[in-house]
Design a protein around this ligand. Structure first.
Ligand code: FES
Length: 147
């Protein structure tokens, strides 16, 4: 190996220096990559800070709905003829996940027959408070939710 290194004009010491430098660079990249990967999605999520892209607006028909999970929390997005609305999909009674009933145009909680109107207000049942609303916007045909 010495002969090969000498033929290429590199001493054993220079060769070991290159190996050590390469190892240090690899270690440094291994430390920086997870930190950058953690920060990168924040800028990639959407054009407006704090809004998370949750799909195409056209995927939800009028009086239709979509459930999505952002940051481990479930959200319910509704489409009325005039606008999109978003609520926490976690029932304010005991935390079951609510669903949109498009025939009755109500949000229903299956656990204890809790019902909410299209504004998230309690219609009937044990839920003590309305579903928390969340901002939802359509930008370039895509839905963005502020969790
Ligand atoms: S958890 Fe929704 S009504 Fe009880």
């Amino acid at each position: 190996m010495d002969e090969l290194l000498l033929r290429k004009g590199m001493s054993r010491r220079e060769f070991l220096d290159w190996i050590i430098k390469g190892g240090l660079l690899t270690t440094l990249a291994g430390l920086l990559f997870p930190a950058l990967a953690y920060l990168w999605p924040v800028t990639r999520r959407g054009p407006v800070s704090g809004l998370i892209e949750v799909g195409r607006a056209d995927d939800i028909g009028v009086w239709g709905s979509k459930k999505t999970v952002v940051g481990g929390t479930a959200f319910l997005i509704l489409r009325t003829p005039n606008e999109y609305k978003a609520f926490s999909a976690v029932c304010t009674h005991l935390g079951c996940i609510v669903s949109w009933d498009d025939t009755k145009r109500q949000i229903a909680c299956p656990c204890h027959a809790g019902f909410f109107d299209v504004e998230g207000r309690v219609i009937s049942g044990p839920p003590p408070s309305p579903l928390p609303p969340h901002e939802v916007k359509v930008i370039d045909g895509k839905l963005f939710l502020r969790p």
